[in-house]
Design a protein around this ligand. Structure first.
Ligand SMILES: Cc1cc2nc3c(=O)[nH]c(=O)nc-3n(C[C@H](O)[C@H](O)[C@H](O)COP(=O)(O)OP(=O)(O)OC[C@H]3O[C@@H](n4cnc5c(N)ncnc54)[C@H](O)[C@@H]3O)c2cc1C
Length: 390
C-alpha cells in the first residue's frame, strides 16, 4: 500500500510525487490521460522575472512569495533533474522583451512597471532602435511602427514543458514512484472523515481501487468534478489556450517576446522552434484547436516578423488551464477530510508554481511548517454558503 496516492499526472501531481518520494514516502500517481492532453504539456513554459535579491523581499503578497520561492527551486530542480535523468529540460535564463504595440499593451506595461519597481525586478526601458539592435529580427516591425517601445527583463527564464515532464516522470520512476497511467478515478470512498479508498474505473488491466494513508488531488481543470462526490465544490473552470509551433532558423530570436503583459507571446527555443501563443477562451472541456484562433496567432507572428514568410506550422495544439475564481491556486487540506489534500487552480502559472506547490504540500503532509504563508490558498476559502454542496 502506498503512503500517498496522487491523483493527476500533470506537472503539479508529478512534482508533488517527486518531492514526497524524496522524503521517503511510497507514492502512486494515478493519471487518466496521455501526458500530451494535460495543460502542463501544452504550456509555453515562461517563468516571469523575479526579484533579484537572494532573500525574500519584504511586502510580497502570498502569491508573490510562492512564485519567488518556486522560481528559486526551479534553478535547483532543473540541475538535479538533468543529473538524475540525463534530460535537459531547456530551463534557461533567456530574458524577455515586453513590447508596446498598442494602447492596451502600453497600459499593461505601465501597470507592470509599477509592479516590477515594487518587487525589485530588473527592467530597462528600451528605445525602439535599441530593440532592433538587441533583436535584429524585429527591425522591420520597429520600422513599420508596429513596435512602439518596450522593456528588457534580463532575468526572465523559460523551460520546455514536454521535456520538464519527461524528466519529472523519469525522476519519479528512479525514486520508486509507481505511475498508474490510464487510471481513471471515479470516486472516493470515505469512512469516519477519511478517504478509505480511491475507486477507479474498471480497466481490466490495472487495479479497481487503491488505499493510501494520504490522498492528494491534483487533477488540474478536472479537479472540480473529482471533488464533487466528496461534497466539495471548488471551482477549477477550464480556460482553453491554443498554441502554434513554427520552425525557424536557430538564433532568429534570442529572447521571449511578450506583447504587453504577456497574454500573447513568441517563445524561441534554442533549436530554432518558435512557439506562438496564446488564447484565453471559455470553451468548457473542449480542447480542440479552432481556425479563427490559429489564424489570429499566425497574423500575430506575421505582424512581429513582417519580412519573413513562414511555412505551415509544425504543430498546433490546445490545453485547458485550471481556472480559479480569485486568481489564486488552491493548496491545502480538504476541510473535514483528515487524509485528503488538494493542489489545483494554478491557471496561467502552474509550471512556474509547481516546485513551490510540491514543497508546500509535502511539508503539510509530513507535518512540517511550510516556508510560505498558505492561508490565502486554503480549500476552505471556497466553502461559502453558496458553494457547499453536501
Ligand atoms: C496554452 C497554455 C500556455 C501556458 N503557459 C504557461 C507558462 O508559460 N507558464 C506557466 O507557469 N504555466 C503556463 N500554463 C499553465 C499551466 O500549464 C497549468 O497551470 C498547469 O499545467 C496545471 O497543471 P496541473 O497538473 O494542475 O494540470 P494538468 O497538467 O492538466 O494535469 C491534470 C492531470 O489530472 C489528470 N486527471 C484528470 N481527471 C482525472 C481522473 N478522473 N482520474 C485520474 N486522473 C485524472 C489528467 O489526466 C492530468 O494528468 C499554460 C497553460 C496553457 C494551456
Amino acid at each position: 500500500m502506498p503512503d500517498c496516492c496522487v491523483v493527476g499526472g500533470g506537472v503539479i501531481g508529478l512534482s508533488i510525487a517527486r518531492e514526497l518520494s524524496s522524503r521517503g514516502l511510497a507514492v502512486t500517481v494515478v493519471s487518466r490521460d496521455p501526458i500530451q492532453s494535460s495543460a502542463s504539456w501544452a504550456a509555453g513554459g515562461i517563468f516571469p522575472a523575479q526579484p533579484s535579491s537572494d532573500t525574500l523581499p519584504p511586502g510580497l503578497s502570498p502569491l508573490e512569495q510562492l512564485t519567488w520561492a518556486s522560481d528559486r527551486l526551479h534553478h535547483r530542480w532543473a540541475a538535479d533533474l538533468r543529473d538524475e535523468t540525463g534530460i535537459d529540460t531547456g530551463f534557461r535564463c533567456c530574458g524577455t522583451l515586453a513590447l508596446d504595440v498598442s494602447a492596451p499593451t502600453a497600459a499593461e506595461l505601465r501597470d507592470d512597471v509599477l509592479r516590477w519597481q515594487r518587487l525589485g525586478v530588473r527592467h530597462e526601458p528600451l528605445p525602439t532602435d535599441t530593440i532592433a539592435t538587441l533583436e535584429p529580427a524585429l527591425a522591420a516591425a520597429v520600422a513599420s511602427g508596429f513596435v512602439r517601445g518596450g522593456y528588457l527583463l534580463p532575468d526572465e527564464t523559460q523551460v520546455r514543458p514536454p521535456r520538464h515532464l519527461a524528466a519529472l516522470r523519469a525522476s519519479c520512476l528512479a525514486r520508486g514512484v509507481e505511475l498508474l497511467d490510464g487510471g481513471c478515478v471515479r470516486e472516493f470512498e470515505t469512512t469516519a472523515g477519511r478517504i478509505a479508498a480511491v475507486r477507479l474505473q474498471p480497466s481490466g488491466t490495472g487495479p479497481d481501487s487503491l488505499t493510501a494513508d494520504f490522498v492528494c488531488i491534483a487533477g488540474g481543470a478536472w479537479s472540480e468534478g473529482l471533488l464533487a462526490p466528496l461534497g466539495f465544490s471548488i471551482p477549477t473552470r477550464p480556460w482553453r489556450g491554443q498554441m502554434l509551433l513554427q520552425r525557424t532558423a536557430p538564433g532568429l530570436l534570442h529572447r521571449v517576446i511578450n506583447l504587453g503583459a504577456g497574454f500573447e507571446y513568441l517563445i524561441p527555443r534554442a533549436d530554432g522552434r518558435l512557439l506562438v501563443g496564446s488564447t484565453l477562451e471559455d470553451a468548457g472541456f473542449d480542447a480542440s484547436t479552432t481556425a479563427p484562433a490559429l489564424n489570429h496567432l499566425r497574423s500575430l507572428l506575421q505582424a512581429i516578423l513582417p519580412d519573413l514568410s513562414f511555412a505551415a506550422p509544425e504543430a498546433t495544439w490546445a490545453g485547458l488551464r485550471p481556472g480559479s475564481p480569485d486568481g489564486l491556486p488552491t493548496i491545502g487540506q480538504l476541510p473535514d477530510v483528515a487524509n485528503g489534500w488538494l493542489a489545483t487552480g494554478h491557471h496561467r502559472a502552474g509550471l512556474h508554481l509547481s516546485t513551490g506547490t510540491a514543497v508546500a504540500i509535502a511539508d503539510l503532509i509530513c507535518g512540517e511548517s511550510p516556508q510560505q504563508p498558505l492561508d490565502s490558498f486554503s480549500p476552505e476559502r471556497h466553502q461559502t454558503a453558496a458553494t457547499v454542496v453536501r
